[in-house]
Structures are given as structure tokens and as C-alpha cells.
Write a protein that binds this ligand. Structure first.
Ligand SMILES: *Cc1c(COP(=O)(O)O)cnc(C)c1O
Length: 359
């Protein structure tokens, strides 16, 4: 039956609410506050509203444009810019973000200049490099940077942070977290005038550390996105007990369904992606074409909820082996999504969004 626009993403806000509620209780049990991260859904207003309704007071996004969008929608929260700012976006950061994560003195000085002009005090969290080798100040350099930042009139250091499992796949272990705590204590000792109220240990990858540790040390904040949205920790993508992993369902529609050979015929050269594909001969099969392609969604992040196999895709078409399903034109196929698929869907202008409010 054709009853709804495709391709579409069905977003179950009740399941997201449930996940937030459970995670807040869990992390509070050892004194950790969650910054709710919405970058995986492009700062979608409907979802940010749910975060705030469920009690999240601090919202993080990697794009200043998303933060601006949420502000303009009057979402009442503290906004943290998660991706360290570039020199070209300083004024917007001061205007829209309450806090930004930072590692470069030159950028922080520029934030200070803009904050002066805009008559604001801008808060920063200094990110420490702890092995994952993405953003971060090397621990040996932190004292000098803190000293230089303290000389800036309109910048206030509110904390330090670390990030794991994003670039290098490095785990936030007990050792790493203890190291972060000791860095915080040292900064505090050398600079009694500053108050490091936020020690932000990481992201959804910190779940296993959190449940297994007896002592979270000074770590009192985690910036959590994927666990809220998809109900998983991110070191091995295990579901977190009691959370929904299916708040997002992607739906595509069959636009052609025919019995055809399994191997392309004719002289073979490159396809759209510039590769020369190879296919195993599996005789003739029912092949269904879905009206969605890699322009719309990261196809590799989709798992069909029906017993069909994705054979490949071009920018606007995806070909599936219909196997025994006898798919017809107009039939819909639902897929579960991973983080990459969710991200691509939520930033795609060609995918409609359908919100569901009941579990
Ligand atoms: C993306 C991001 C997060 C959130 O990560 P999740 O895996 O979605 O929990 C936290 N901190 C920073 C700096 C990020 O870039």
C-alpha cells in the first residue's frame, strides 16, 4: 500500500525519551551529568525538544549552524560547540554557543577578541590529547596554555575534557580516566583561582568504563549522543540493557521488481563510483529497485528488516535481491540504521521525517 512518502525516516520520540530517562538515572548514580549530543540528527528541533523535556540541561552539537537553529527555535538549554572552532567562525561561536571545546591558543585569543566586541564572557573546555589522536592539547603543554588563557579577559575556563574512540579507536580505560582526573587536580592546584567545574571524560564509548569503575574520580560529565539515539555503547556497539536500539527506522519503496540475471551482461567498464564491479553468477533472481541511493543515505549502514540482500547502489537507486519475498512495485522495505546511516539520512534534504510518539 502506498500511504506515506518515501524515502522516509521514522523517528520514535517516545523511545528516545525512554533512553534519555534511563541514561540520566544510570549516569547520575555515580555523579555524572550528561551533555546530550544532537549532532547525529543535525540538531533536529523536534529531537532537541525531547532532550530538554526529559531533563537534559546541556546540549552539544558539532556545527555552530545547528546550535544557531536550536537557539532560534527557543530551545532552553546550555549549548556546547563540540567541534573545536575554526578561525573563520569565531563571531558565530561567541554569538550562539555558551561553551566551546578548544585546543588552540590562537583560536582562544580570537574568541576572546570577539567576546570583548560582543560584550560577553565565553566559556571554554580545554580538550586534552589522551591517545585517540584527534583534537587535544598534549598533557605537557596544558600548564602553559592555561596560564595564557587566564590572561584573557573575556574567556573563562570551566573545565577540561577528553575524547576517545573517534579517530584512533582508543578506549577510555580506568587508567585514562584516572589520568584525566590527575590532570584536573594538577591544574586546580597550580591555579587556585579557576574552578574546573566540568571534567568531561568522553562520549558513548565511556559506557563500559562507567559501569565497571568503582570510582569515577573527578570525571563529572560525559557528552552522549549515540547511546541516546541508538541505545548502544560504541566500543563494540553492544546494546545498552533496557534501551531501545530501534528509535530510527528507514523506509524505502520498490520502484521496479523483475526477474533478471544476477550478472550484468555486455562489455564491462567502470560504474558510477569509478569501480569495476564483480558479481557472482547465482542464476536468475527477482531483483527489486528501491528509490533511494548513496546520494540520500550511507547504504552500507542499512540493515533490511526483511529477508532481502542489498546488491549495490548508484546515486538514486538501490538494487536488492528480493529472495523469497516476492516484492512488488509500491511495497515498502524497512531498515534499521547505524550511526553513519542515521547521520546521512538526517542531513539529506530528500528524505522525509515522520515522528512517532508511542512505543
Ligand atoms: C560526537 C562527539 C561526541 C558524542 O559522541 P557519541 O559517540 O555520539 O556519544 C562527544 N564529544 C565530541 C567531541 C564529539 O565530537
Amino acid at each position: 500500500m502506498i500511504n506515506s512518502i518515501t524515502p522516509r525516516i521514522e523517528i520514535n520520540l517516545a523511545k528516545i525519551s525512554h533512553n534519555i530517562e534511563k541514561l540520566i538515572i544510570l549516569y547520575h548514580s555515580k555523579g555524572i551529568e550528561m551533555t546530550g549530543v544532537v549532532k547525529g540528527v543535525c540538531g533536529q528541533i523536534e529531537i532537541a525538544k525531547v532532550y530538554v523535556e526529559m531533563g537534559i540541561k546541556s546540549i552539544g552539537d558539532s556545527k555552530i549552524s545547528s546550535i544557531q537553529k536550536m537557539r532560534e527555535a527557543n530551545i532552553e538549554a546550555e549549548f556546547i560547540l563540540l567541534r573545536i572552532p575554526g578561525l573563520s567562525e569565531i563571531d558565530a561561536v561567541i554569538m550562539h554557543a555558551d561553551i566551546s571545546l578548544n585546543t588552540e591558543l590562537e583560536v582562544i585569543k580570537s574568541l576572546n577578541d570577539s567576546a570583548k566586541t560582543q560584550n560577553k564572557i565565553h566559556k571554554i573546555i580545554l580538550m586534552i590529547e589522551m591517545g585517540d589522536l584527534r583534537e587535544g592539547i598534549l598533557p605537557d603543554d596544558i600548564d602553559d596554555i592555561v596560564k595564557d588563557v587566564l590572561a584573557l579577559s573575556n574567556i573563562k575556563i570551566v573545565g577540561i575534557g577528553s575524547n576517545f574512540a573517534c579517530f584512533g579507536g582508543v578506549k577510555p580505560t580506568e587508567d585514562k580516566m584516572n589520568h584525566l582526573t590527575s590532570i584536573a587536580q594538577k591544574i586546580q592546584k597550580i591555579n587556585p583561582t579557576i574552578s574546573l567545574t566540568r571534567i568531561s571524560g568522553g562520549n558513548s564509548a565511556n559506557y563500559n568504563w562507567f559501569v565497571n569503575t568503582e570510582n569515577t574520580g573527578e570525571v563529572n560529565n560525559l557528552r552522549v549522543g549515540e547511546s541516546i539515539l541508538l541505545g548502544r555503547e560504541t566500543l563494540s556497539r553492544m546494546p545498552i540493557p533496557g534501551l531501545y536500539t530501534d528509535a530510527f527506522t528507514f523506509v524505502a519503496e520498490v520502484i521496479e521488481s523483475k526477474i533478471k540475471p544476477s550478472v550484468p551482461y555486455g562489455e564491462i567498464a567502470q560504474n558510477t563510483l569509478g569501480i569495476t564491479p564483480e558479481f557472482k553468477d547465482r542464476g536468475i533472481m527477482r531483483r527489486a529497485i528501491l528509490g533511494v541511493g548513496f546520494q540520500d543515505v550511507l547504504i552500507s549502514g542499512l540493515t533490511p528488516l526483511l529477508d532481502v540482500v542489498i546488491l549495490g547502489s548508484s546515486s538514486d537507486h538501490t538494487v536488492v535481491d528480493a529472495k523469497g519475498t516476492n516484492l512488488r512495485v509500491g511495497d515498502e522495505i524497512a531498515f534499521s540504521v547505524d550511526y553513519g546511516a542515521m547521520l546521512s539520512i538526517m542531513t539529506s534534504c530528500n528524505i522525509s521525517k515522520k515522528y512517532i510518539n508511542v512505543i
